[in-house]
Structures are given as structure tokens and as C-alpha cells.
Design a protein around this ligand. Structure first.
Ligand SMILES: Cc1ncc(COP(=O)(O)O)c(C=O)c1O
Length: 382
């Protein structure tokens, strides 16, 4: 079976020098030298000033502390967010004391737009404390547009850019990136928050460490322990050393997919995919709501697939009772999008094969009974 996702981290030889540094330093947490070095190098990567980017234990806790810093009265506020996301987004809002309210997304980009958010504000059943915009699978959210939204409405915005890394243009609106293994950078567990708003970042730095400032063990803000340990920073630094190699391999694979899928009728990629950006996972959209049938056909042909965001958060047991706008576009995306294999270890032959199987599946002459008779199975089970 060709795996849908297969993560490879920097080899241990690359991590050893950093572990030796930890032994020499005998500092293991709390803004240690490796963490500061990791943050500095990430700032260089995204052309940011020191202090504009802070690492955290994972993306979910990063969203939680960003929300705590952005919203004054979390207990009495809604967090307007798309249902078309992973459940980490509403989980983080709830951890910050907010109540999620689900809204629909744009069909072209699968993301919330300022226009959709503004329209949704008119019907919201309560005070909106914050808008959470979610990047679908690494799609680069135009963050400056959200700065304008905040200037116009007075409502703060956080970008859940968990899947972003390749293309990030920072502004005042904070963006949260996950460095989880399944994401394109991937370092096990980890994440960062980036914003050019220095005051906000100072507060986030404090909330990352129980809301304390200075060495007096006094908490000025509600916070939590969202720090990244020196050991994780060691893995992150080794992963940054490996990143140019990994980036080149993944960029070539994303580009090959783009070229091949562009030639197949009935399926599309998000705008700019494979040219300007890619994420850790690859999701395609069919013109028709046939993702389930496609998934079954691909599985029969030894290709693993995944419905990364299932039917949207509003359909998940834990979140189904939260308020929601009508979500027609989300329903369409749930039925027409599918995660297909993408990883550094995926061979070009496998990419060609996946696209051939997709093309066979989408052939107009095929009836659905043909698809499941097995006559189109291209690669037999091992
Ligand atoms: C859209 C989205 N938001 C948030 C997260 C949470 O990130 P983490 O796993 O680093 O906590 C994820 C992780 O998969 C995600 O996909």
C-alpha cells in the first residue's frame, strides 16, 4: 500500500551535536540557548526580527495562548471559525475559555475570507471576541487582509496556519504554525507563533510561561506551560539543517503532482499548489461529490487515502452542539476532497501511478459498477 503520509525527520547523527551542546550547557528548558538559537534561525527563515516568533510545545497550545492574549473577555465571547478544520482549532478556543461558532468557507480557497467573516458577524448570536482563520493544508493565508479586517471591525484575528511553513508573510495578525510530524517541516511535536506586533508577542511570551515576567515568580496573565524543551529544540535545529534538502525533494514532488493532475479532467488542487507552496499533506478536490468512491477505488489499487478533516468539526460528536451558520460549502468539500499520498519517500513512479489510477477512476466512460468489478485495478495486492 502506498502510504498517504510518511514522515521522515533529520537522522540522529544530525541531532547528536546539539544533544552534546545540551550536556555542556546543562540547561534543559525555560528559554535555554538551543531554543533561542532555534527561534533566531526560524526568524531568519521568515525574514522576521528577533521577538517576532516564539516557539511553543505544539500548535494547539499556541492557539490557546494567542487567543488568551487577543481576547479580553474570553468567557463571554464567541470565536468565529470555520468548521472546515481539524478539531484542534475549536479545542484551543475552548481551552482559552471561548465558545466556538462555526461558519462556512470560500469554495475557491477552502478558507474563511474577510467578506464571509463580515457577513457572518451580522447573524452571530453573541459577542464575537475573535475570528480564527484556518489555512487549509498549508494554503498561504493573505495575513495582511486580516490586519485590515481587524482595523475595520475592531475584532482580533488569529490565523491557525498549522499546515503553513513554505510560504508565510507575517503581519500584525498572529499566525500559528504546527511543527507536528505530519506537517511539512515536522519535528515530532512543536509549533510557533509569529507576529510583527511586538507588544502582543511580549504578552504571548509571558503567557507561554504561566503568565510570568521576570524572575519573581509572579503571574501577571493567565497562562500555561507552552514551552518547548531544549531537547525538542535540538531536534528542531537538526531539522532546520535538513530542511533545504527536504524542501527540494517535496517541492519537486508537489510540482510533479501539479503537472500531472492539471491534465486530468474533474479534479483540482488549491490555487498555487506545487508552484508557490505545498504542505505536509496533499488534498485534491473532485468536481463532483465522489471522494468516498474515489477513496475506495484508490484503496483497491493499493493507494492509501485520508479524509483529514472528516465531515468538518460541526459533524464531530464533541463539537456538534456548538452554534453554526449554514455550511453548504463545507458539506461540499467534505464530500469532494480527499488526501492522497505525499511524502519525501514517495517515488516519482508512485506519483505517476496515483495519477493514472485517478485518471482511470474519472474516465467518463466508466460506470460505477465497472469501478468496483475490479476490471480497472491497476496494481494487484501484494
Ligand atoms: C488545522 C490544524 N490546527 C491545529 C493543529 C494542531 O497542531 P498540533 O498538532 O501541533 O497541536 C493541527 C494539527 O494537526 C491542524 O491540522
Amino acid at each position: 500500500m502506498i502510504p498517504v503520509c510518511h514522515s521522515v525527520l533529520a537522522p540522529y547523527e544530525g541531532i547528536i551535536p546539539y544533544l552534546q551542546e545540551i550536556d555542556r550547557n546543562q540547561v534543559y528548558g525555560n528559554d535555554g540557548p538551543l531554543l533561542l538559537e532555534f527561534e533566531k534561525r526560524l526568524c531568519q527563515q521568515f525574514d522576521l526580527n528577533t521577538g517576532d516568533l516564539l516557539c511553543v510545545g505544539n500548535g494547539t497550545v499556541a492557539l490557546q495562548i494567542a487567543l488568551l492574549a487577543l481576547v479580553e473577555d474570553t468567557a463571554n465571547s464567541l470565536c468565529l471559525m470555520p468548521s472546515w478544520t481539524f478539531t484542534a482549532s475549536p479545542a484551543a478556543a475552548i481551552s482559552a475559555g471561548l465558545t466556538p461558532y462555526f461558519v462556512d468557507v470560500d469554495t475557491e480557497t477552502w478558507a474563511l475570507t474577510p467578506e464571509i467573516a463580515e457577513a457572518a458577524l451580522k447573524n452571530c448570536p453573541g459577542k464575537v471576541g475573535c475570528v480564527m482563520v484556518v489555512s487549509p493544508f498549508g494554503y498561504p493565508i493573505p495575513i495582511k487582509e486580516w490586519d485590515k479586517f481587524t482595523e475595520k471591525t475592531g475584532i482580533p484575528v488569529v490565523v491557525d496556519g498549522a499546515g503553513m511553513f513554505v510560504e508565510i508573510s507575517c503581519a500584525n495578525t498572529p499566525v500559528v504554525v504546527s511543527l507536528h510530524t505530519t506537517k511539512c517541516f515536522g519535528m515530532g511535536e512543536g509549533g510557533f507563533i509569529a507576529s510583527r506586533d511586538q507588544g502582543l508577542m511580549k504578552e504571548i511570551a509571558s503567557r507561554r510561561n504561566f503568565g510570568m515576567m521576570g524572575s519573581e515568580r509572579l503571574s501577571y496573565f493567565i497562562g500555561t506551560n507552552a514551552k518547548l524543551s531544549e531537547y525538542s529544540a535540538a531536534v528542531g535545529l537538526a531539522q532546520l539543517d535538513y530542511w533545504p534538502t527536504k524542501f527540494k525533494i517535496l517541492a519537486e514532488k508537489a510540482n510533479l503532482y501539479k503537472q500531472l493532475l492539471d491534465q486530468i479532467q474533474g479534479v483540482r488542487l488549491l490555487p498555487g499548489y506545487g508552484k508557490n507552496w505545498f504542505g505536509g499533506n496533499l488534498i485534491i478536490e473532485f468536481e463532483k461529490p465522489i471522494a468516498k468512491e474515489a477513496s475506495e477505488f484508490l484503496h483497491l489499487n493499493n493507494i492509501e487515502t485520508k479524509f483529514w478533516w472528516r465531515q468538518g468539526c460541526h459533524k464531530q460528536e464533541a463539537y456538534k452542539n456548538f452554534g453554526s451558520d449554514p455550511l453548504p460549502n463545507t458539506e461540499i468539500l467534505a464530500a469532494s476532497t480527499l488526501g492522497i499520498p505525499f511524502s519525501v519517500t514517495l517515488s516519482n513512479e508512485d506519483i505517476v501511478y496515483v495519477c493514472e489510477v485517478l485518471e482511470q477512476f474519472l474516465k467518463p466512460s466508466l460506470s460505477s459498477s465497472d469501478l468496483f468489478r475490479g476490471s480497472w485495478i491497476l496494481r494487484s495486492s501484494p
